[in-house]
Design a binder for this molecule. Structure first.
Ligand code: C2E
Ligand code: MG
Ligand code: MG
Ligand code: MG
Length: 292
């Protein structure tokens, strides 16, 4: 069936390939029942203002705790769900759950934290998406400006008229749109300018390497400058150290997200986490007393 590079012109299935395809079939089968079996959950990672030190919002990240396969990483199952179309119901569950849990967190904290939700390309081809978003906001009495949809550059590059219409519709609701993993896709400046997004997220690969690789530092600085020029905010992903934070702050980056602050945590732990992250700035401000 499959063509190959093999001498006889046919694919020779090695054990590795056979087990990879078995794994794929198991994952696909499992994904079909993951929602009904209640195996999906969200964890949240805070985004921190580099200017004020305050937590500005949280990103919802999906976790699949499969009864049969154990914990499966999103990088493994999201592409399969995308391929099979299961990402559509799963993505809708993510949106609804993040809005509900995020709204509860806002009420608990008494402030308008942003809730960022990842939206896959396939979801962005669904005519029903703007309506689903609007209804979800209404159901949860969530301010549209508190919801941020993270999309990838390639959705813009696809130049699909449908995706463009959907983008316009969600933005007209007052929902924010961020470009995730910025710098790794195939978009150009002209796309970013045409589609008027609200935020850019610098991909973690640039942040990871910027201290040791001049090119990564150049890309990071250029994205920060681009965002400033377009009057939109820029968030650095994968901030793992004080050195990362200080370098980004010195370049004028608005916000940061990464293990340096916290790994993603269940929503129940977020309140305490935010308090802890902000105590350090409060005590610093207190320590400085009347200065300034
Ligand atoms: P992403 O949206 O770019 O999310 C950032 C990823 O980096 C997350 O991985 C996060 O846990 C991880 N991360 C955060 N801080 C650090 C750090 O300091 N260092 C490093 N090395 N990594 C860090 P995660 O949760 O495994 O998600 C991976 C990807 O899966 C996400 O990348 C996103 O593209 C996708 N994904 C996750 N949840 C959803 C979802 O609900 N819907 C869709 N469509 N995609 C999702
Ligand atoms: Mg994201
Ligand atoms: Mg990213
Ligand atoms: Mg990613």
């Amino acid at each position: 069936q499959m063509k190959s590079e093999g001498r006889n012109g046919y694919q020779t299935f090695t054990d590795d390939m056979a087990s990879a395809s078995t794994r794929k079939r198991q994952l696909e089968a499992g994904l079909n029942h993951a929602l009904t079996l209640n195996e999906m959950e969200l964890v949240y990672q805070p985004q921190i203002s580099l200017k004020s030190g305050r937590v500005t919002g949280v990103e919802a990240l999906l976790r699949w705790r499969s009864g049969k396969l154990g914990l499966v990483a999103p990088n493994e199952f999201i592409p399969l769900a995308e391929e099979s179309g299961m990402i559509v119901p799963i993505g809708e569950w993510v949106l609804k759950t993040a809005c509900r849990e995020g709204r509860a967190l806002q009420l608990e904290m008494g402030r308008a934290l942003t809730i960022a939700v990842n939206i896959s390309p396939r979801q962005f081809q669904q005519d029903a998406l703007p309506k689903t978003v609007r209804e979800t906001l209404e159901e949860n009495e969530l301010d549209p400006a508190s919801l941020e949809l993270e999309i990838t550059e390639n959705i813009l590059v696809s130049d699909s008229p449908k995706a463009m219409t959907i983008l316009e519709k969600v933005r007209s609701l007052g929902v924010r749109v961020a470009i995730d993993d910025f710098g790794t896709g195939f978009s150009s400046m002209s796309y970013i300018m045409r589609f008027r997004v609200d935020r850019l997220k610098i991909d973690q690969s640039f942040v990871r390497d910027m201290a040791v690789n001049e090119d990564s530092l150049a890309v990071t600085s250029a994205v920060i400058a681009l965002a400033a020029g377009l009057h939109i905010t820029v968030v650095a992903e994968g901030v793992e150290s004080e050195a990362h934070r200080d370098l980004l702050a010195s370049k004028g980056c608005d916000e940061a997200q990464g293990y340096f602050y916290s790994a993603p945590v269940p929503i129940e732990r977020m309140r305490e986490l935010i308090r802890g992250l902000e105590v350090s700035i409060e005590s610093l401000a207190g320590g400085l007393g009347g200065v300034g």
